[in-house]
Design a protein around this ligand. Sequence first.
Ligand code: ATP
Length: 368
Amino acid sequence: MAIPLRDGGPAARIAVIPGDGIGKEVTPEAVKVIKAVCAPTKRGTGRNMEFVEFDWGADKYLKEKVSLPPGAVEMLRDEFDAILFGALGDPRVPSNQHAADILLGLRFKLDLYVNARPVELYHQKFTPLRDRREEDIRMMVFRENTEGLYVGVGGFFKKDTPDEIAFQEDVNSRKGVERIIRYAFEYARAKGLKRVCMSDKSNAMTFAHDLWQRVFKQVRAEYADIDSRHLYIDTLAMEMIRDPRQFDVIVTNNLFGDIISDLGAQLAGGLGLAPSGNIHPGRTSLFEPVHGSAPNIAGKGIANPLGSVLASAMMLEFLGWHPEAQSLRAAVKAAVHENFVTADLGGDKSTIQVGDWLAASVAKNLSD
Ligand code: ATP
């Protein structure tokens, strides 16, 4: 299977779901930067990008008791190429029910089985590791996104008694394991990357991860051009810190991917800079910053929009618009190197100032 890529055609329809908290502040900045990079200019491609915004989030949930409206999944699937997502979470909804309905609902119902979490160091000063340069920390983590311990199979026995038992099943299908492992190899091949590492805990999880072992063995045999290896998850965690240069592409299950990709985000400067994609190749896919709604800073105009802008770059790449994606990344890099950033990265700029600067930067590069 080759990764079915979008044709990179001139038009796309994007559903924009800013959500709650700082999602509402960073997402408009990302849209602003995308519009700037798609504007028709001397050198610009003049892509026709249509944005449709949806107000799904805590306000709507509290007012109308609606989280993911009926028919929303089908509409997104049939009428949109991609979804640009902000963040969900609000102290007024302690159960976080609306977030579970919307985000997990979309991940499962759109079958977004690839969670892509790039780890890329944009400035040496952001890594907590000593003596690591930008080129030392550059890898892609692929987390299985639809199975594992997240499917909600489990239960309680004798709940709230001293004899209580709680259990949660780790669900792994052959199809599910194979498609994420294969995606990792295809991605490596498409990007000219030489190394794929599959990580599990098959020495302890002798059934579920035995399946990962057998599928990995079968799939890797088809990719002799790629140097593939296996590490237990505990070893991988150590090795990512000891020497991150070893890794190009990492593929793992839902739970381990959750943890290891946050480890990766910290290696590269923390939550404010980390993007992610929830992808089903060839179908409507969802792109979001890794951070949440951050109620502690929401409404202050100081949220860092770079994670959302980098998620937008992933979305443009998914659409086959590689020069535009590259232009967004270059603008982020320039902002970071000129210290035109928000307080979390050591700067003093507002969310909107950073968005305006990035939009001007991509527009200038297109017209130069
Ligand atoms: P959630 O919405 O997932 O429940 P959260 O919003 O409480 O989580 P995170 O988004 O994971 O938490 O972020 C933790 C903290 O990191 C935030 O409270 C905030 O202080 C900081 N932070 C996260 N994202 C950003 C950002 N984009 N800009 C500035 N600070 C951020």
